[in-house]
Ligand binder design. Structure first.
Ligand SMILES: C[S@@+](CC[C@H](N)C(=O)[O-])C[C@H]1O[C@@H](n2cnc3c(N)ncnc32)[C@H](O)[C@@H]1O
Length: 287
């Protein structure tokens, strides 16, 4: 059975981010802007899709947009390929091709809800971030106001109050905030701040008010809402609890974990296991 929700060939960009989700897009931009250190050396966005959030990375010296799906990276390349600070990497979050403790900042938005094995992914994410680095991680909240209302009025059979993740369609999960907090703590993370995002994800609000107004109001509620955690989307700022910092090159072998790769003609090569990782049309392939 597939372990990854594969977006290869999907029309995510067109369907989701043209007009219908403009409010969510604006609200999420505001949340990331609050949580992400504004400057740094190397930032990686995991499951970056078509690079929707990459306008927030202006003051990073190097930016890597990583995704499992090559077609998503090709779309990201169309938007950001003109900027020499950007690199595009095809890889799996469970086996990241980065050296231990190498990254300054990590962003992962709208990806956690596709992960069947959250603990493994969180441990891998914490491995690659330097000890004083910062991660902004978003997840879908099962205990949101709408699902509580539906449950209490018998329009929903599953309980939003139970802790285990709820898989509403294959490889799409909603998580309980307490469950997610425990996973973070047990897999190498110290939570620093939490924001509640998308207070107004209701069709009535979206019909009545412009997206910009809703995003402005959401912005004002995100901090205090982080205490109740009743919105469909929660953002966490966290730092790793381990204390490793490794400078030097960026990539490591995702097959055997060897921490240095040698550069060859159009590829990176692992001196230990012999794996060859091609670079084709500006995309690094690590899958
Ligand atoms: C809903 S889209 C979100 C894209 C972007 N983060 C955004 O908010 O617009 C989910 C993305 O996660 C990627 N993805 C899913 N599972 C992944 C995995 N195991 N490793 C890397 N990327 C993954 C998908 O290919 C897809 O581009």
């Amino acid at each position: 059975m597939a372990h990854v929700c594969d977006y290869e060939g999907s029309n995510y960009q067109r369907v989701f981010w043209t007009t219908e989700r403009r409010y969510e897009d604006l609200a999420e931009h505001r949340a990331v802007r609050k949580l992400l250190p504004p400057t740094g050396d190397l930032l990686v966005e995991i499951g970056a899709g078509f690079g929707r959030l990459a306008d927030l990375y202006d003051n990073y010296r190097q930016v890597i947009l990583l995704d499992y799906a090559e077609s998503m990276l090709q779309q990201a390349q169309k938007r950001w390929g003109h900027d020499p600070r950007f690199r595009f990497v095809q890889a799996d979050v469970y086996r990241l091709p980065f050296r231990t403790g190498r990254l300054d900042s990590l962003v992962m938005v709208r990806v956690m809800h596709h992960l069947k094995d959250v603990p493994t992914a969180l441990a891998e994410l914490s491995r690659v971030l330097r000890s004083d680095g910062c991660a902004v991680l978003e997840y879908a909240n099962k205990r949101n106001l709408k699902s509580i209302g539906r449950f209490l009025t018998h329009h929903q059979t599953w309980s939003p109050f139970e802790e285990p993740p709820y898989e509403f369609v294959p490889l799409n999960f909603d998580f309980h905030p307490r469950w997610m907090q425990r996973q973070l703590q047990e897999n190498g993370w110290q939570i620093q701040r939490q924001l509640a995002v998308s207070h107004f994800r209701w069709s009535l609000f979206k019909r009545l008010f412009p997206a910009e107004w809703l995003a402005w109001a959401d912005d004002k509620a995100q901090g205090i809402g982080g205490a109740w955690k009743l919105t469909p989307s929660l953002f966490v700022q966290a730092k790793p609890t381990h204390s490793v910092y490794e400078g030097g090159t960026i990539f490591r072998c995702p097959a055997c974990g060897y921490e240095t790769l040698s550069a060859g003609e159009g590829a990176l090569r692992c001196p230990r296991c012999g794996a060859v990782w091609p670079i084709v049309d500006g995309i690094y392939h690590f899958r």
